[in-house]
Design a protein around this ligand. Structure first.
Ligand SMILES: [Fe+2]
Length: 377
């Protein structure tokens, strides 16, 4: 088509898109509006909206936001500067809306004021058709380029977020399955590890941890016994009392677990390693293997210890029956300050009283045979 704005028109979205751009013309002089129509329509622009009354701009923008505004500065009722001030509230994504100011006021002050209010470019009156077409074409191309770029960035960001989430999910799934492998002999379904994760997260939140750290412990706590993978089945599943040698062998699961999990740069695995190593430490320093005492024991391990014992007591294992909840709670109370951090125990009872442990226990009759509290879970 002859008389098109420029040969480069449509490089971004194709000529049809650019020529179909919605052009809003605001000039109180009808002759100027007509002149612009005669300049732009023969060039192929097909979507012109015009008004000689600047007060109508709000309605016109609401009906359909413009791709470009051609704006007169001197108008009664609402001048071009006031229109510029109002446009950010009328047009979504105003930062990408080009405004071409049509003015006979060539003073530096007027131009500077218009520019600071969001004007993109100027054409002087009387209007030159060629200049108007060129500036409209350039401004529209820039707008569509910016929009395309923004769309592409959004798409890329979405893809990156999705890939990151996929990777994280894969990472979590792998470690969950690792925990499952470790517990498979006495927790075939992996339910113990999952419950320990969920309840440890609840307890950490009650203990005052931040939301992000609560999420880390939710993922890390299920791996507390990953070191059991290195313990003999005959010892691990033996019902009743263990000999000193057998118990010493069981104790090694904290060192083995730490060995498996340590050295990672990921915070979740770092916490998992910490929990694996210290979840059998006692508040009074009588635990194993490091013999840490009180606050020297990492909080993560102090939290998981209480949940691990509670869950182990209230569920059936190959070597023991499930305890009634009341009896398990008595046991935990009795071990406050000796085995457990008293503040963690208090937070745990707050959870219990709020009913947050409901559905996490397996109420049964009195146990037939029970491991001493604090025995490896
Ligand atoms: Fe353990």
């Amino acid at each position: 088509m002859s008389g098109r704005p420029s040969d480069s028109v449509g490089r971004v979205d194709g000529p049809e898109d650019l020529l179909g751009a919605r052009i809003l013309i605001v000039d109180d002089e009808a002759a100027n509006v007509e002149l612009l129509r005669h300049v732009l329509e023969p060039a192929g622009y097909s979507n012109l909206v015009t008004t000689t009354d600047p007060l109508k701009i709000a309605d016109l923008c609401q009906q359909s936001p413009p791709d470009i505004v051609l704006l007169d500065l001197r108008m009664p009722n609402l001048d071009g500067f006031q229109v510029l001030e109002s446009l950010p509230d009328l047009v979504p994504d105003f930062e990408h809306l080009p405004v071409l100011v049509l003015t006979s006021d060539t003073s530096r002050e007027a131009k500077s004021r218009a520019l600071s209010n969001g004007a993109s470019d100027f054409v002087n009156k009387p209007l030159s058709p060629g200049e108007v077409r060129l500036r409209v074409s350039n401004l529209l191309q820039t707008r569509f380029l910016q929009l395309a770029l923004r769309e592409q960035n959004t798409l890329l960001e979405r893809k990156v977020r999705q890939r990151t989430a996929d990777l994280e999910e894969a990472q979590f799934e792998i470690v969950e399955r690792l925990a499952l492998a470790a517990e498979y002999r006495d927790d075939e379904t992996g339910k113990h590890t999952k419950r320990v994760g969920i309840l440890s997260a609840k307890l950490a939140r009650e203990y005052g941890w931040s939301k992000s750290q609560v999420e880390v412990i939710r993922r890390a706590a299920p791996m507390h016994d990953v070191g059991k993978i290195g313990i003999d089945s005959a010892v691990l599943l033996k019902p009743g009392k263990l000999t000193t040698e057998e118990f010493d062998h069981i104790k090694e699961h904290v060192t083995i677990g730490h060995g498996i999990l340590s050295g990672s740069r990921f915070s979740m695995l770092q916490m998992a390693a910490e929990i694996a190593r210290y979840h059998h430490e006692n508040w009074d320093g009588t635990g194993y293997q490091a013999g840490l005492k009180g606050e020297a024991i990492p909080e993560s391990a102090r939290i998981v210890t209480v949940i691990d014992v509670f869950d182990s007591l209230t569920h059936k294992r190959p070597y023991k029956e499930a305890w009634p909840v009341e009896k398990a709670l008595e046991e935990i109370t009795g071990l406050r300050r000796t085995k457990f951090d008293p503040r963690v125990v208090d937070a745990f009872f707050t959870l219990y009283e709020r009913g947050e442990t409901e559905g996490f226990t397996e109420e049964t009759a009195a146990p037939k045979e029970v491991e001493p509290a604090g025995a490896p879970s």
